[in-house]
Design a protein around this ligand. Sequence first.
Ligand SMILES: *Cc1c(COP(=O)(O)O)cnc(C)c1O
Length: 449
Amino acid sequence: MPEYKAHFRCFQGCAGEHSIYEIIYTCPQCGGLLEVQHDIEALRARSADQWKQLFDSRVGTTEWPYGSGVWGKKEWIIPTIDDENVVSMYEGNSNLFWAERLGNQIGLSDLWVKLCGNSHTGSFKDLGMTVLISVVKQMMNDGVPVQAVACASTGDTSAALAAYSAAAGIPAVIFLPEGKVSPAQLIQPIANGAYVLALDTDFDGCMRIIREITQDTGGRSPDSSIYLANSMNSLRIEGQKTVGIEIVQQFDWEIPDWIVMPVGNLGNISALYKGLKLMQDVGIINRLPRLVAAQANKANPFYLSYLNEFKEKVTLEAQSTLASAIQIGDPVSYEKAVQAIQETDGIVEQASEHEMAAAAAMADATGMYTCPHTGTALAALFKLLERNVIQSHERAIVISTAHGLKFTPFKVGYHEGTLAEVESDLANPPIYLPADTEIVKETIQRKLT
Ligand SMILES: *Cc1c(COP(=O)(O)O)cnc(C)c1O
């Protein structure tokens, strides 16, 4: 078997390679983002069919760590990591839900929802965090002085970081924008023993501070470091990129026409593209699906950049939105996401508070349990279908990024009719009755006839 390799390089193409195990997040020359570069020639030494067989054979295995949806593709992720340093909760391999009833209601019979929220901490962030924490564990075992891992978060990154670092016994420091995450997202890192700092600012403000605190050393050996766990650290992207590979695998290696996902900091759509592109480079697929990035219109810098044809990056102060995990005004992975949209003939769409809440409620009424971000993606899909951009015979996948159970106040507010700017047309409140059989019977009959 050939030896597989991966290293960091500058996303903008500056010369130089950096070890995966070095404390470095940005290019020392241009200050831009890094990305993990794989040895495509070595990967191509195995045929497409051999890769498919290998990956298929690992689904559900108990052979450590290959039963994880991420580590089942280890050669494509971080090939050089020792198996005993992998910190995994068997993330990935999430259900690809055929949304048959919802699809029939909107006239799109081939509609599927990739339920990434069915995961250890309830969001897709687990896919990236298993990679980052595994690399940190290997670094620490090799004597690199890492004091702690740290992130700024809109809620789900911190939940994932806290869980994976607790499982590895690595201290975690978490910066949350005070009052801007759900109660479940706040209590998750607290329960996992992370050091939680609630700052009187928004996500972008937390991100600015964490960048200072974790400043990379440009390759020089630091005395000790707080290691950055945000998706600006491209190790996260390596794990998250499995989502697209997994979708294609779940369709017996067929490519769908569209993949729609909610976006904020733009790491996840960059990752989706990177995984699909790698499949194409290795020869497993011969075209790419079209990608759709969905934003809340209260926090829509990427949408506005799309409208100006990406001539310049728009940044703004994000307004309060129900889709709190994408309430971001200065997205870190902007350049990577522009590539993802441009190279896939992609689209950026936006949704209002009402549109996202209504789409989520409609999906729930067909058996899903949809977070507001997934609602945003569904609302974008509905609009593109209405405009006939997405056509009724096409196969479309919506990436559900988190579990609805993490957003109980959103659900309660919808069904109580108390959400700002939302008409709760599908509200389904409980009926309060006395414990009287006749009254109960009558009430049910009135409802059912
Ligand atoms: C993080 C997150 C997103 C956005 O992902 P980015 O990589 O920041 O674009 C969307 N939905 C949920 C639920 C998230 O937690």
